[in-house]
Design a protein around this ligand. Structure first.
Ligand SMILES: Cc1cc2nc3c(=O)[nH]c(=O)nc-3n(C[C@H](O)[C@H](O)[C@H](O)COP(=O)(O)O)c2cc1C
Ligand code: SF4
Length: 654
């Protein structure tokens, strides 16, 4: 396969065509490399990636910080940690690249709840021009003076020296995603009329100055790989301009180009693809942008963004649309993607479902990245699946075949336990089945199918249509019981007796959807909003009633913003601070923003007001002398990543 053919970047041989895309992990501590970070990257290097790109290293820390906790590259204090990192990556068999960056005006984000400039440590961010990044919550930056631009050029040069001293094979230059260098490149953000603005030559000047400064600092032959956007807003660079930028970078000795995309959420309403394409977007949705750049240059071009499947990646290379494939989230979901791809074990790859919940969502919250489908992410050293000793093998009964129960079964069986899984329904999947039903969510089916395949492959005895009660469990004589019986929809008191008029989201999705009706959705979290979109597509009129002040509070902004925009465009009525209190024959009565007892006319009401844990079996099994482990929604409803993690942990510790 072409994927596994070697390639050269600036004279450095890379063993295959797979690049780990740069991903800020929030595993740093005060800008420095941690053990956790070393293990995170080392495992991916051992997993067969040809070139590992280490996340944004900020050359002017914290003024240029892209998030609340990035890696720093601004001082020699960083070199020892970076050295450990590059050594671990290289010991794993990959080449190592460090991406250097400055967030410019994107550092000027007011972090809730304090609404402080947390990223920059309270300082006003800098940019080519005094224009705020258009995502809500950004302040107007201070335009850089000529002297300050020189200082930034020098900061990149010094950060490059540190990169080389730390033993990295290549330097990555972040000119994409509308961070500082992207801002300079684009007339969308750069309104200067001095030497660093105006025409394309002026806008390119800071990047060229930096490349030259890096060459003076580290020598002429060191490979530099630029990441650039392949698409810009209407008043930004055209596709032809972007080709000219690519050619100019090549002419200045850049060794490869990594074509990405994305500027910030405000532009999603204009059909722009975000840097992290979400569920429902097609695989390889920006390969055509890399292709546009590839037509202009002869250095290797790397493509990225929602490339998930081995055959798809191979096809992109075979069709000569790009020279290398970068994987980001696919490698968060499965560090062994490359090994499994090479060994033709494609079905064993844990599939990233593009939910952004644990990765981008956690970055937004200032937390370390996690992954819905991979409980080991960020705990690579601690969480290793090891076989049990023969004398410790148990007969394990798992009750419930949702994500938590399946994960527990797989891991326990992999360790050598004899596992029986009972599922009360006719098929596996539990909450995953419901979650995959709304439009654009079918990628979740891939995770369900993966879990099912793995359970079968590990020899789990799966019994469908099997309900559990205490007598049946005792009759099975298990050494341990794992209860993963899930949750039940929360039915508020006022809705309990309104049969027929009120439906839960589960019943709605399992029967024929209403058409041409007036629907009220009670609850404006992720489930309520996705249900609203589903019903709008069925030509219903929809009102969402949310008690709190914010809709989609449980969603990452990257998925919440486009969903809200779509709902607005399709005419949904979205009510916040609205408390439903009664169901009447012609609708729902609610207190709305202090105005009491308003009627919202409707033909049907859908309850999306959360779930309550189903603890019945756990409670009844409590005093029968068998160890009982309750996991997933039957402990903590609504948190799928936590459910999968709990399943994994039980499987690991039984
Ligand atoms: C958690 C997270 C952090 C990211 N941080 C960076 C970063 O530091 N620098 C960068 O250029 N891109 C960053 N990206 C974008 C990725 O490099 C990549 O372009 C994007 O995730 C799309 O590729 P994928 O679908 O393979 O994940 C980040 C993406 C994620 C998911
Ligand atoms: S959290 Fe979701 S999008 Fe992020 S890597 Fe995991 S599965 Fe993929």
């Amino acid at each position: 396969m072409k994927l596994f053919e070697p390639i050269e970047i600036g004279g450095i041989a890379v063993k295959n065509r797979i690049v780990m895309a740069p991903m800020t992990s929030h595993y740093a501590w005060k800008g420095l490399v941690t053990e956790r970070m070393v293990h995170f990257y080392a495992e991916r290097a051992r997993g067969g990636v040809g070139l590992v790109t280490v996340e944004d290293g900020i050359v002017d820390y914290p003024l240029g910080n892209n998030t609340d906790n990035p890696l720093a590259a601004d001082d020699d204090r960083c070199i020892p940690g970076l050295t450990r990192l590059s050594q671990a990556i290289k010991a794993g068999g990959a080449k190592a690249m460090f991406q250097l960056s400055h967030a410019g005006r994107r550092a000027g984000h007011l972090s809730p709840p304090s609404m402080r400039l947390q990223r920059t440590g309270g300082r006003l961010p800098v940019a080519p021009s005094p224009l705020a990044h258009p995502t809500p919550g950004h302040v107007v930056p201070r335009p850089l003076t000529m002297d300050e631009i020189e200082e930034i050029v020098e900061a990149f040069g010094q950060a490059a020296r540190r990169t080389v001293e730390a033993g990295f094979d290549m330097i990555g230059l972040h000119c994409a995603h509308m961070y500082l260098l992207g801002q300079f490149l684009s007339p969308w953000a750069n309104k200067r009329n001095d030497a660093y603005g105006g025409n394309l030559e002026g806008r390119l000047k800071i990047v060229i100055d930096i490349i030259e400064r890096i060459r003076q600092t580290v020598g002429p032959g060191y490979p530099i790989v630029c990441r650039m956007n392949g698409q810009e807003p209407a008043d930004g660079n055209s596709f032809a301009d972007l080709r000219t930028i690519a050619k100019t970078l090549e002419a200045h000795g850049v060794s490869a180009l990594h074509v990405s995309v994305g500027f910030g959420s405000i532009l999603w309403d204009k059909d722009f693809i975000p840097a992290e394409a979400t569920m429902g977007m097609p695989e390889g949705c920006i390969v055509h942008l890399a292709e546009n750049i590839k037509q202009a240059v002869s250095i290797p071009v790397i493509t990225v963004n929602k490339i998930r499947h081995v055959d798809f990646a191979e096809r992109v290379l075979q069709e000569n649309r790009a020279d290398m494939i970068a994987l980001g989230r696919a490698l968060l979901a499965d560090s062994q993607w490359v090994v499994k791809a090479r060994e033709n074990r494609w079905d064993d790859i844990r599939p990233c479902v593009s939910c952004c919940q644990g990765c981008v969502g956690n970055i937004e919250k200032g937390r370390p990245i996690r992954c819905l489908v991979n409980p080991r992410l960020g705990r690579e050293k601690q969480l290793r699946v090891r076989p049990v000793k023969p004398e410790k093998v148990k007969r394990v009964l798992v009750v419930g075949g949702g994500p938590a129960g399946l994960e527990a079964s797989i891991i326990a069986a992999r360790r050598g336990h004899r596992v029986v899984l009972w599922e009360k329904n006719a098929d596996l999947g539990g909450r995953l089945k419901i979650a995959a039903m709304p439009p654009g969510k079918t990628e979740l089916d891939a995770f369900k199918a993966f879990l099912r395949r793995q359970a079968i492959g590990q020899g789990v005895e799966i019994v469908l249509n099997r309900s559990a009660d205490v007598a049946a469990v005792l009759e099975e004589e298990p050494d341990a019981v794992v209860v993963a019986t899930g949750a039940k929809p929360h039915i508020p008191e006022f809705a309990a007796s309104a049969n027929g008029f009120v439906k839960t989201v589960e019943t709605l999705l399992c029967e024929e959807a209403p058409k041409g009706k007036s629907v009220v959705i009670i609850g404006g979290g992720l489930v309520g909003l996705e249900t609203a979109l589903y019903l709008l597509k069925m030509e219903n009129t929809v009102t969402v009633v949310e008690m709190g002040a914010t809709l989609g509070q449980d969603m990452p902004m990257i998925t919440r913003m486009p969903l809200l925009l779509q709902l607005g465009t399709k005419g949904a009525r979205l009510l916040t601070e609205a408390r439903a209190k009664a169901i009447v024959p012609n609708g729902v009565r609610a207190d709305i923003k202090g105005k009491e007892d308003r009627l919202i006319p409707a033909d049907v009401a859908i309850l999306c007001a959360g779930d309550v844990a189903d603890r019945a079996l756990t409670a009844k099994l409590g005093d029968h002398g068998i160890p009982v482990h309750a996991i997933g929604d039957c402990c903590q409803p609504g948190d799928m990543p936590a459910a999968v993690y709990q399943g994994f942990m039980v499987g690991l510790t039984l």
